[in-house]
Design a protein around this ligand. Sequence first.
Ligand code: PLP
Length: 634
Amino acid sequence: NELYRIDAWGGPYFTVNSSGNVSVRPYGSGTMPHQEIDLLKIVKKVSDPKSESGLGLQLPLIVRFPDVLKNRLESLQGAFDFAIQSQDYGSHYQGVYPVKCNQDRFVVEDIVRFGKPFRFGLEAGSKPELLMAMSCLCKGNPESLLVCNGFKDFEYISLALMARKLDLNTVIVLEQEEELDLVIQLSKKLGVRPVIGARAKLRTKHSGHFGSTSGEKGKFGLTTTQILRVVKKLEQVGMLDCFQLLHFHIGSQIPTTALLADGVCEAAQIYCELVRLGAHMKVIDIGGGLGIDYDGSKSSDSEISVGYGIEEYAMAVVRAVRCVCDRRSVKHPVICSESGRAIVSHHSVLIFEAVSASACDVAPSMSAYALQYFIEGLTEEARADYRNLSAAAIRGEYEACLTYADLLKQRCVDQFKEGSLGIEQLATVDGLCDLVSKAIGASDPVRTYNVNLSVFTSIPDFWGIGQLFPIVPIHRLDQRPAVRGVLSDLTCDSDGKINKFIGGESSLPLHEMEGNGSGGRYYLGMFLGGAYEEALGGVHNLFGGPSVVRVSQSDGPYSFAVTRAVPGPSCADVLRLMQHEPELMFETLKHRAEECGEVDKDGMANSALATSLARSFHNMPYLSVASSCCLTAM
Ligand code: PLP
């Protein structure tokens, strides 16, 4: 636990139980009665075809915990309720969930259901997201906000206006000045009185990767001049009363409450100015940015950590809005936030398996005959290097040993390329250099663990922006890991490896894979990845997404119940994504088999070849754990 700092980044949801396995406390450390759910038990239950669930799902696997989602929502609402009450704030908090963080149907539906008692709404940034938000909110609280952000065209705005006709509490937030003309024209045409918001381009700038959209030169939002033109135009057409919301977003992972307060103050001043200019302002929408402490360091200097918790965040926001509005004698607005990362990150855990590890360096043995044969083949210079290497070894001069070994190796490689050295001699020099490294303690002690996963599909932010997530073995945590390793994925791409870990480490403490009392299986979990990773993940090498299960706490013998299980996309599914037609492909291969005389025309349907081909289309693209059984059965 200490080695992996689980309490630091995982609290209050993740801990290690007495069996040495990672367990989940779905309700955090709150007052709700709860049992812990053992992650390894979930994996066994859903992946073992012989288990009573009979699901036999293939890994990698995403395990979703709706109870964690509920707890995150309630914690956010609770933090704002407390801040509002303790600061005597004159209005309420009413958040929205930006669906882009995780658009999974059940995640969005759960958020709407869990957030219904406190009017929690949704934010959309594109037409399909808006369609999804509209249909999900039909089952929500009628007062919940539906915030429409993003670049908008005729169709997007028509849809948002239709949402208002459907009595959804929809706000069209102007991201670009040109959108206003469309809103005015279409709302007249459709006979809808719109509620309009504007996204302000603040001067407050959040530095670092996640803040690149903030500041005056940021990609989104309206400048002060543009906001003034919007006010004027709305006044001219008699629609200034429609302008009711001011939005800003200075970036994700806001590092400090000081920067947050700075941004909120600036926005609150604009809000008060809009009130002065006659807009019927009601809501200040502070965007996202509530950060996650991925490495448990609680440090504002790191992009993967933040120096505050939810409570401090809410306090800082309420204080800043109240201060500005009180000074300007403006009625306190409803405070809306668009926290995505903070709501969904904890609720899902990605579990994958190490399938093999590079062998530990074993000092190669070398016969006198092989050595003699090797030396005979060398050029005069290479022989001199060999003699210098031997002499340095006798004198115990380690640095010199390494230098001569490198020189010798390079000369041998050159000779091999010229054709004057054979492959056996090249292998001998490799062995000799390994022997030297090992003898002087310079060999690389870090092993490579091959994992049944695609980094591009499941942890795209690691590949794309170098974001780190906590990665931990989910079992055997009562045993001290004996080695250190990096993780190499299944893709044929050198970027498909994980060699940076939280805490600035370039390798991870890992257990030996054999003899682990778990049938030789070694499972790892990637935590806090519930936001952004699923939607950003691609299909590099045609690896599709993982299998997904939804697990709720229950009183049964397992303390959990699997309430939904979806196998990951099959080979046929991912092929279809690239316009291939698996059924036709199967037919083509079947004809070829007949032409090659593998089967006669009538026999194909029942042949082992057809069955095996069909299975290949049907299974997931990841390494099949059942493959070894198949080989023995063949
Ligand atoms: N709102 C807007 C407009 C965004 O662009 C984003 C993401 O960057 C969010 C909300 C969600 O931010 P976060 O995940 O930091 O809460």
